[in-house]
Each structure stands twice: as structure tokens, then as C-alpha cells.
Design a protein. Sequence first.
Length: 223
Amino acid sequence: MNTITLHATNRTSPVRHFFSVVARPESYRNLGYLLLGLPLGTIWFSVLISALSVGLSMLVVALLGVPLLLGTWYVIRAFANVERGTANALLGHRIAAAPMASPNRGNMWVRLRSMSGDRDRRRELAYLMLRFPVGIATFTIALTALATPLMVAYAPFTARYGNDHPFGEWGQSARLEDIATSSPWSWFLVPLGVAMLFVSFHLINALARACGRWTEAWLGDGS
């Protein structure tokens, strides 16, 4: 009976769980992870596309492409380890960093063939290339999820006290001030926007957890 009572006491109520989302540090770590998707994905995509295109073109013309492509595989592993560390630090995962060196010894051509045939390194390359469109999506969703509730809550103030919108042209294009007229009912947009903000944080947390599962599936030990 005491054990059952203890579990019932420690269990967080659904209402408290819903509203406490804005006070949990993990919510802001998840938000940071989603926003980092755009700069990280852009860097990975730009560097790898340039390195692979130059390396493959040099491989056809001269043997200089061999060391370039070999170095690209090391860069891919380094970038993937940065992604592992980011998921560990912000999402609470425990993904071990992969070793930089290839287990096969020999000249550069032998090591290049070994790394090119390594399934884990190819998965890392695919993950880093997909990180660009996924990063754009997560950044856009996270930013929209935060901005929309704030725009809704601020709309009555904009309609009454001025047209300068804190969100710039994006906020003006939404024309929320047209909805928030001089009617006193428009003030209900303020609590509505606040309620939407709680929902947005739950959406952000769910999206970050999904991204973490994807990262662990592709870059974890069991990949």
C-alpha cells in the first residue's frame, strides 16, 4: 500500500505536465537543437558537396583525387561525431563517438577503398546530406511554433496602440491586427496566444525526440 501511494504521489498530473513544459530546461535544449539544424546542415552540405565534387573530378584527371577523397571520409567522420556530441549534449543521448582511423592499413588507395566500402561511413554520409533539408524543416517549424503564438498574443496591442509590428513584414503580412479590432473580445487573443505557446513547446519537444531517435538509429552503435 505504501509503494502504491508513493508512486501516486510522484506521478505528475496531466495538467501540471502540460503547463510545466515552459519551465523545463530540456525544452530549451530541444529548441536549441532544432534551431541548430539549419546552420549545421548548411555547413555539412556545402563542405561535403564541394569536397566530393572536387575529389571525384580530380580522380578522373589525376591521382590527386585519391588523397582528397580519403580526406573527405575523415571529414565525414568528424562531422558525424559533432552530430553525435550535439545529440548527447542537447537531447540527452549517449551515442559513442566513432573512431577516426580506418582498421585497414596500407597505401592511400587501399584505405580509400576500405572506407568507401564501410557501411557505417556511408550511412554517416547519407545522414549528413539529409541533415540539410531536415535542418531547414526543423528550423522553420521551431521558429514558426514560437512566433505564431507571440503574434496572436500581441495582436490586440498592435490593433490599438500602433502598426509597428515586432515581427516585421512577416507579422504584418499575417494581418492579425485586422482580427484584433477594438472589440473587447479581441483581448481573448492574449490568453489564446499563451495557450498556443504551451502547445508549441510540446510540439518542439516531440519533434526533437523524433530527431534524436533518427540520429541514434543512423549514427549509433547499432547502425
